[in-house]
Design a protein around this ligand. Structure first.
Ligand code: IPE
Ligand code: IPE
Ligand code: MG
Length: 251
């Protein structure tokens, strides 16, 4: 079925999804909260609050479609540069959402994971995060992977240090270092690389997200700001993905 995206309903788009051709792993750079708020003469923090419902609908859709992993870029290693007021508001929002949503994540068989330099997060956030991850660790449905205080370069440096350490203490030999071994040292060890990366708010850049893992991911950028990213918008991204011809350097 071919449908024009403006008139299509969520159900119309859903009926076009080919289940066998869905990404196993979707990564999203949830961008544009600040602009969403500024356009409404609201403080930027209101944009972050408004973004929570888009997180919920994205998680719900991935659950419905039985997608294996959803990685959400929620806070970058560079976002610490923002004013303390905004950083605190984001940390408090995260804390509040972890407390509120963990029971429902658990009911929905969702496993929560986190990647990034979690040691930089405030203690109360780390504690709540660890608690939520522990509660949901045996769940077998969607893996909801939060990128928090995450930077791709930092991740690669960290891997390099760990590998150098293991060479030093004789656990591995230099000749054993290859892409497969390297991947085992990443925060995302054990997860497939993202098949699809979505970025909202129209910015055409990577912003230090999953530098190693995105090598062959399909890219989808929408002008829609994150708080307006509905299930319908997500379905449009998935349908765009389903039209791609992934060659991985072949013909
Ligand atoms: C994304 O929205 C959320 C975070 C980076 C935490 P922004 O806050 O970057 O929103 P814009 O890009 O300024 O509009
Ligand atoms: C990327 O967005 C990080 C997150 C969405 C968490 P930014 O708003 O920080 O990226 P830049 O500054 O526009 O590159
Ligand atoms: Mg931004």
């Amino acid at each position: 079925m071919s449908i024009s995206s403006e008139n299509a309903t969520e159900q119309d788009l859903m009926s076009c999804i080919v289940k066998e051709n869905l990404p196993r792993h979707v990564a999203i750079t949830m961008d544009g909260n600040g602009r969403w708020a500024t356009r409404r003469d609201l403080p930027r923090t209101e944009g972050h609050k408004a973004g929570v419902k888009s997180v919920k609908s994205a998680v719900e859709l991935c659950g419905e479609l039985e997608i294996m992993v959803l990685t959400l870029y929620a806070f970058s290693s560079e976002n610490w540069k923002r004013p303390a007021l905004e950083v605190n508001a984001l940390m408090n929002l995260l804390l509040e959402q972890l407390k509120e949503e963990t029971p429902e994540l658990n009911e929905k068989n969702i496993q929560l994971k986190a990647i990034g330099d979690l040691s930089k997060l405030p203690g109360k956030v780390t504690r709540e995060l660890n608690r939520s991850m522990k509660i949901t660790r045996n769940n077998t449905g969607l893996i909801l992977n939060l990128a928090l205080s995450y930077g791709g370069r930092q991740e690669i440096v960290r891997v390099t240090q760990s590998i150098a350490n293991d060479v030093n203490n004789g656990k591995i030999k230099i000749k054993d270092i290859n892409e497969k071994l390297f991947s085992k040292y990443l925060y995302t060890a054990g997860l497939p690389d993202p098949d699809l990366i979505i970025r909202t708010s129209g910015e055409m850049r990577i912003s230090n997200f999953l530098l190693w893992q995105l090598a062959y991911s399909e890219i989808y950028v929408t002008d829609t700001l994150w708080p307006d990213f509905s299930k319908k918008e997500f379905l449009l991204a998935l349908l765009s993905y389903q039209k791609r011809n992934r060659r991985f350097g072949g013909v």
